[in-house]
Design a protein around this ligand. Sequence first.
Ligand code: C5P
Length: 227
Amino acid sequence: NKKITIAIDGFSSTGKSTLAKQIANHLGYVYVDTGAMYRAVALFAMQNGYITSEFFDKDSLINSLPYIKLQFKFNDALGFGEMYLNDVNVETEIRTIEVSSFVSKVAEISEVRSKLVEQQKEMGKDKGIVMDGRDIGTVVFPEAELKIFMTSSATTRAQRRYDELVAKGDNVTFEEVFKNVEERDYIDTHRADSPLVMAEDAIEIDNSHLDREEQFQLVLEIVIDAT
Ligand code: C5P
């Protein structure tokens, strides 16, 4: 079997990362969650007071970019790489609703995108990689052998994200989560630099009515055809 590049894009909370992890584990490929990288940059901006609900000092964030070190370190127990920001494990902190509420504003900045895209291309240069995000099939790996675009209704997605946050003990309301999912979709699809669009050669999967296992089996057949 030849090693390929698999790009998985789609709206927030479509279950991209669950699917990407399943595929990567099955094939023995590296899995990269690019959303975690944008989330870590947003966390950095929050920690330094560059972004609050009142203002966003983009220039200070742009000037700090050389001092932001992002790494994935593989956790054997979890079976995937955890996000490290300047040598600190931020895997839990980047998943909060606060980070979710700022991340799309941070991801609009071209300087942020070009830094992260460069690092992502480097991680995928030997293939054998499953990467998920918003611009993987269009910008990061336009030559990927397999591109999957995931969709599902906003209500389904908000419900999944809400259940996840509540299970972790986060004190959120469904309305708050739904609003965040819609807001991020809007910003992600309308930004000037690398907006979320389906690549022409991507395979679209609507998983509104599929459970994890059904979705995995469906994609596995597509993957087997491609490798
Ligand atoms: O995938 P996740 O929902 O964790 O991504 C968080 C946010 O990061 C997205 O809503 C989007 O604004 C941004 N993002 C992006 N490009 C990517 C991955 C994520 O702009 N490749």
